[in-house]
Design a protein. Structure first.
Length: 124
């Protein structure tokens, strides 16, 4: 077991498993995985972000997910277009990818899972 090392601004890679409706198997999903580099919000930043989103988007909705991911995502890897070409990370590419709900939902879930770790898996 390692000692806890407190970092002023932690940043780390995390897998994002995206469930994509299968083109070959009716009613099934294929899992595609990308990796994302997250710099999580500190608690005071998270609280301010939550208040900002409530004011900006009073009805909530998917755009709050996009805004969160734009704040915490610093890079990605293993991300390709439909022709097999690597897609370089940029805020614009992230926003474009977020238009596809399976990607956006998986990325948000992965981010929160990265913060909660084993507690989330135990159901606490």
């Amino acid at each position: 077991m390692s000692k806890f090392v407190r970092r002023a601004r932690p940043i780390y890679w995390w897998p994002v498993n995206i469930e994509i409706p299968s083109e070959r198997r009716v009613g099934s999903f294929d899992t595609q995985t990308v990796k994302m580099r997250f710099e999580p919000l500190m608690e005071d930043e998270r609280e301010a972000h939550t208040q900002e989103m409530a004011a900006k988007y009073p009805d909530g909705g998917w755009k709050t997910d996009v805004e969160l991911l734009k704040r915490v995502t610093k890079d990605w890897g293993d991300f390709e277009d439909e022709h097999g070409n690597a897609v370089a990370f940029s805020p614009e590419e992230l926003e474009s990818a977020c238009q596809y709900a399976p990607f956006r939902v998986a990325a948000v879930i992965a981010y929160y899972n990265s913060l909660n770790g084993p507690l989330a898996r135990r159901g606490n």
